[in-house]
Design a protein around this ligand. Structure first.
Ligand code: ZN
Length: 162
């Protein structure tokens, strides 16, 4: 490791401290603060609350999205936490891989596409790209790299329908 265990543990403690602040009550408070959906457009009275029927006279035509820095920050927190959860999942897999020879064996033997969950051979022509099989990876790129969680849920749903 490049850093001393004691130094890394400082990071771990700082992460724990941060996560401890994110109680369900805090998250509920964030949801309350960010009352506006991302694509709401404002009339003269500002953005409309979610689920409100839009104005039939068409305020939308000329209106631009009202700046909403607080709402943007809340949405960024949401995205960041989702990314952190994904990072943590990968981290735990790497931890298992590093500490456990049996997990290591399992991982080298069988790998799966994170989107469609198809088994990937791991050969030059059939390998994981960014965690996805070739076809899912192409699809992900063609959709201009959408949020991975949403993309993966969509692929699993498509698979279940097929
Ligand atoms: Zn796939």
């Amino acid at each position: 490791m490049k850093r001393k265990p004691e130094r890394i543990y400082e990071d771990v403690k700082s992460l724990k401290k941060g996560l401890d602040r994110l109680t369900l009550a805090t998250l509920a408070e964030l949801a309350r603060i960010d009352r506006y959906a991302a694509d709401d457009v404002g009339g003269s009275s500002g953005p409309k609350p979610k689920n409100q029927v839009s104005d039939p006279t068409g305020n939308k035509v000329a209106a631009k999205r009202t700046p909403d820095p607080v709402g943007d920050a809340v949405k960024a927190i949401d995205r960041r936490l989702s990314n952190m959860a994904r990072e943590m999942q990968t981290l735990m897999q790497q931890l298992d891989y590093a500490l456990n020879p049996r997990a290591r064996h399992r991982e080298t033997a069988v790998i799966y596409c994170q989107a469609c969950e198809r088994e990937v051979a791991g050969t030059a022509s059939d390998r994981l790209r960014s965690g996805y099989c070739f076809s899912c990876y192409r699809k992900w790129l063609s959709q201009e790299r959408p949020n991975r969680g949403a993309f993966e849920a969509e692929q699993k749903r498509l698979d279940a329908d097929a």
